[in-house]
Design a protein around this ligand. Structure first.
Ligand code: FES
Length: 119
């Protein structure tokens, strides 16, 4: 994983072959002028990326323990109070912040890399 900066802000490049199904990569990215913890996940050959911050309270979903998924690996789960988030949309489907959404990041392919940006 490498970081670079261009005219549109910070981006993170991730080699696509590094990610297996439901594998998660954590990284930091600049969002709205501030460095944020974020993660990338691959599911069914698609990639999704979000700022790693629960919408209930400003804590990382994994509480820095390395897992943002629930036990059945069907949703993201905040390990503080159990909020569940849809993997593809980031929408909270159950828990104290139901209806709110994780901050989604843009993922695009560039050659053999994925470029993630906050725009
Ligand atoms: S802090 Fe995430 S559900 Fe409460």
């Amino acid at each position: 994983m490498s970081k670079s900066k261009n005219d549109k802000g910070a981006v993170v490049k991730v080699a696509e072959e590094l990610l297996d199904h439901l594998q998660v990569r954590f990284f930091q990215i600049q969002v709205d002028g501030k460095m944020c913890d974020a993660f990338l996940i691959k599911r069914d050959e698609k990639f999704f990326s979000y700022v790693n911050e629960c919408k209930h309270l400003p804590v990382p979903l994994d509480l820095n323990a390395g897992s943002v998924l629930n036990g059945s690996q069907t949703s993201f789960q905040c390990h503080q109070h159990g909020a569940l988030y849809d993997i593809e949309t980031g929408l909270c489907t159950d828990g104290p912040c139901k209806g709110a959404s994780l901050r989604k990041l843009q993922v695009r392919k560039s050659g053999k890399h994925l470029v993630i940006s906050a725009e």
